[in-house]
Ligand binder design. Sequence first.
Ligand code: NAD
Length: 306
Amino acid sequence: MGTLDGRVAVVTGAGQGLGAAEAVALAADGARVVLNDLPGPALDGVVDRIKAAGGEAVACPGDVAEWATGEALTRTATETFGGLDILVNNAGVLRDRMVFSMSEQEWDTVVRVHLRGHFVTTRFATAYWRARSKAAGRPAYARIVNTASEAFLLGSAGQPNYAAAKGGIVALTLATARGCARYGVRANAICPRARTAMTGDLMGPAPDGPDPMAPERVTPLVTYLAGPAADRITGEVFVVHGDVVAVLGPPTVRAAFHAAAGRWTVPELDAALSTIFTEDPPRPGFVCEDTLPLAPSTFGEESRDG
Ligand SMILES: NC(=O)c1ccc[n+]([C@@H]2O[C@H](COP(=O)([O-])OP(=O)(O)OC[C@H]3O[C@@H](n4cnc5c(N)ncnc54)[C@H](O)[C@@H]3O)[C@@H](O)[C@H]2O)c1
């Protein structure tokens, strides 16, 4: 018996890398899985692997940022397997470039696949869960695992499109967690690290023997967040790789000032704010590098700006 027996999951970008590993892991834990990726043999190969291992899976190919694909994923889950319980948004692409050299298309492609791709699937899945919850008169079983990245914390200098999209995904996760809580939806985001086609150049070849950066090191957290034990977890952001699972805390108010006369003047602002902005040259103050030491042997160091 798996913790996901009887559950139905959708995984996007499941043709390779993290998405393939997540789909295989969810199926191994009992879920019936609808796998999405761009059409091609890779996606069918993962479906075949799941079936060969005794699992149930079906391919639903298509560009995840297309409205019709989002609709088709929820419909395929309900028509093929009788429902939808888990949505794992994972599909993604990179078009790395410094902001001053980036083309319109490089920006649009990355923001479209990641951010719009997360929204479109979420739109149809949450509409389904809202209707199911209202019909039953109680919250639905509904889990969303979104895929962000530490790039949004670091302000990755060569990835303004990707960092912005991933920051947007965290905001979408929080809005979904708040907006759909009453229907039973639990929405969380992971910032994974794994050796895949996306990161192979950066991380280099896998070592002999077990790979500590294998995508399979990420999948237990995804399966856990999809499962019944994670019912109390929502609107959270995790960093996950190797042997690490870290829970991020929310941003804090670093300092607050009140205008003496109720309304600020520029000189008064200068007097107040220059007490905390003392570094010369200034460094981006909102950047969070706390996660880098969690795995100094991977690409963490590479992501520092400057
Ligand atoms: N690998 C890492 O270390 C790492 C770090 C941080 C975040 N991530 C995120 O994890 C997710 C998976 O990355 P990965 O490393 O497995 O990369 P990957 O390149 O191996 O896999 C991405 C998959 O998404 C699919 N895809 C791309 N565009 C699509 C579209 N429009 N519609 C449907 N599918 C599409 C690709 O075909 C591919 O199969 C991505 O969102 C990525 O940003 C990965």
